[in-house]
Design a protein around this ligand. Structure first.
Ligand code: PLP
Length: 369
């Protein structure tokens, strides 16, 4: 690991910096919003991947944590969560065996959308004499995972109810199709509200009462209270925010806590600078909204466009009015998608002003299984 430097300005680059004042404001704002609207907050830890930050979320009132992979669940046990939701289909005996070990240490809930997943989970929990909570996943428009609301959903719930050692708790959905709360996003949100309302009525008629209705992404975050029947939200990105969150309208540039400090390594080509971070440092995620393709925002030169990346080279086209950078200068760049950028860094630096207060290992990086 990079040795701790007391000053951000002395850190070697590339280095992922977390502005602690901004991060703490983001955490407080969302904890306050959830409390104000009586929504349970179960943050997705895929963004930070750091148990110490998950612990902060729990200390601020989060009811539990969300992960995608079992490996992330294992890491997040260090945050001592009262409850862990695995919001990803967990398939295969090896993973389920590891999940049962996690479930010996804390309450586990799994979101699933198939009879196969439910059957495998039931078999594993029965052999370990553990009861596992289940959220049946519903597709509300993203077309990724989730059964269609209606007959498919009712069939899946009935199957889960019949399987031993499973406890049906309710519904999970992810409104990832809503990227920006503009006119079209607003219409999508209204459509989503109707889908949820109709689905809960269907469940009621069939005699099912969902104790948990879990949804929520960062772009839709502050509109969650408009979705009647939702009890729980699972935003992840809100802790840091990124270019895509700003494009979604859910945050401003001053709410972006994470940036990557890079060094200018070449200015040989006129009107361009090369920095020492490319796709290995930032990830190749493109903006999810807007016309312009830039791989990040240069804090010191917002008019510049991060046009292209090789593994270790970031190509920055300097806009007008052109600011001149010299080889050796350092700039901070806000990435498009911070969750994937976190996965690329061994450790990150929590700073206040120029003081490095914290160095966190990204314990949950690379946990693909
Ligand atoms: C299932 C699920 N829940 C919650 C989230 C968190 O959403 P966001 O990254 O917008 O905060 C994600 C993000 O990909 C997700 O896949």
């Amino acid at each position: 690991m990079t040795p701790l430097a007391a000053r951000a300005s002395e850190l070697d680059t590339p280095a992922l910096l977390i502005d602690l004042d901004i991060m703490e404001r983001n955490l407080g704002r969302v904890a306050g919003y959830a409390q104000e609207h009586g929504l349970r907050l179960r943050p997705h830890t895929k963004t930070h991947k750091i148990p110490a930050l998950a612990r902060r979320q729990l200390d601020l009132g989060a009811v539990g944590l969300t992960v995608a992979k079992v490996g992330e669940a294992e890491v997040m046990l260090d945050a001592a969560p009262p409850d862990l939701l695995v919001a990803y289909p967990t398939i295969g005996a090896r993973k389920l065996e590891r999940l049962m070990q996690v479930a010996r240490k804390t309450q586990v809930t799994v979101a699933l959308d198939s009879l196969t997943a439910a059957q495998q989970l039931s078999d594993a929990s029965r052999s370990h004499q553990i009861e596992i909570g289940v959220l049946t996943e519903v597709d509300v428009g993203l077309g990724r995972v989730g059964v269609a609301p209606g007959r498919d959903l009712l069939d899946l719930i009935e199957a889960v109810e019949r399987l031993p050692n499973l406890r049906w708790e309710g519904i999970a959905f992810y409104p990832g199709q809503i990227k920006k709360l503009d006119g079209e996003g607003e219409r999508e949100l209204e459509k989503l509200a109707h889908v949820i309302e109709a689905m809960l009525q269907d469940l009621g008629r069939a005699g099912f009462k969902a104790r948990i209705v879990s949804g929520g992404s960062t772009p839709t975050l502050f509109h969650s209270h408009r979705l009647e029947g939702v009890t729980e939200i699972r935003p992840g990105t809100y802790i840091f925010n990124d270019c895509n969150t700003v494009l979604s309208g859910a945050a401003d540039w001053q709410d972006c806590a994470a940036s990557i400090l890079v060094t200018v390594v070449s200015t040989a080509k006129k009107g361009q600078m090369i920095v020492d971070g490319g796709s290995k440092t930032f990830s190749s995620d493109r903006p999810t909204a807007g016309e312009e393709v830039s791989f990040g925002r240069v804090v010191e030169a917002p008019e510049a466009v991060f046009t292209k990346m090789n593994e270790e080279h970031g190509f920055i086209a300097l806009g007008e009015p052109r600011k001149n950078f010299e080889v050796g200068d350092r700039v901070r760049i806000i990435p498009n998608h911070i969750c994937v950028a976190m996965n690329l860094h061994e450790c990150v630096y929590g700073i206040r002003g120029d003081v490095v207060e914290q160095v966190w290992r990204v314990e949950g990086r690379g946990k693909l299984q």
